[in-house]
Design a protein around this ligand. Sequence first.
Ligand SMILES: [Zn+2]
Length: 392
Amino acid sequence: MNFNYHIPTKLLFGAGKLNELSLEVLPGKKALIVISSGKSVKENGYLDRLINILKGNEIDYVLFDKILPNPIKSHIMEGALLAKAEGCDFVIGLGGGSSIDSSKSIAVMANNPGDYWDYVVDGTGKGLPVQNRPLPIVAITTTAGTGTEVDPWTVITNEDTNEKIGFGNEYTFPVLSVVDPELMLTVPEKLTAYQGFDALFHSTEGYIANVATPISDAYALKSIELISKYLPICVKDGNNLEARTYVALANTLSGFVESTSRCTSEHSMEHALSAHYPKLPHGAGLIMLSESYYTFFASKVPERFTAMAKAMGVDADLLPEEDRAISFVNALVKLQEVCGVRNIKMSDYGIKKEDIPKLAENARSAMAGLFAMDRYSLSLDETMEIMYNAYK
Ligand SMILES: [Zn+2]
């Protein structure tokens, strides 16, 4: 047993916690607030609440409100230029994973020369060392999906090369994060399901990854248990604050999993899909791949699958030994049925079956790093087989 543990984020967790942000010492005097191009953080009043807290603490701010659901590199460069021009000394990501991820990448580029892809390690990224510390990052999450508020990772698409790649280092952890489930009550049914499954897969992948540690295992199994139990309630009754709180906790735990273990090739394959078809929500792409992906891996790491089945409430010990690992996949499919996302299809988003060889190669080159986290090393043919079997 041999591992490092480093999660340096101060976390304010619980209903009503956004108000407590006013009591915190923020890491600067002028913030770049990063939000999406959508309306929700404005219409729900979250942006006004944040601005009032900043004003009350005599902190100046500039707003950057262009981030897309699948965030793109040109917006990172534009946001970083704005932060430099305005003299911002920290960044606040307010919203879902795309806004918070973008705030991390903008924080890197606001303090470093060149192009963002100079520093990206996978794909056509140059992998140059990041010379200067990024600006400090504050994250206020309004969804339960990515865990990005407590992990160092940010996922950005290079729209010129169709590469969607994760990046991060020990300085891209937020210094301070607010997880307030009251802000999540307004998330619509479909998005609640997509994001909940993204959190689930961060935990399941982190649990079957070859770099899992005893600490990530504990976080992952608890997170899987809570999502199985409470996500269906959130999807049916978005105003149920108790269920929202448990799913928010499961999501934060999945962020801890990503900080102490890693995602696996399921995420590489999904990034290929949503890099080429940006209208496809990340969580939906993962759901489409999942039955095929986990069916393939069930026989490769059966003990880990049996433990995940148990976390989902399956009495696996009562099953014949050969059925235990696959009972996780059955429970996963059932959860997708209950959450109303069982029948979403790649073809609904314009993905064609004949695209799969190209998408499989993109996954393996752009996000090769996560293929290296699998306990069984997939060939190109096997990658395509998983994607063909997932195709509907
Ligand atoms: Zn994800």
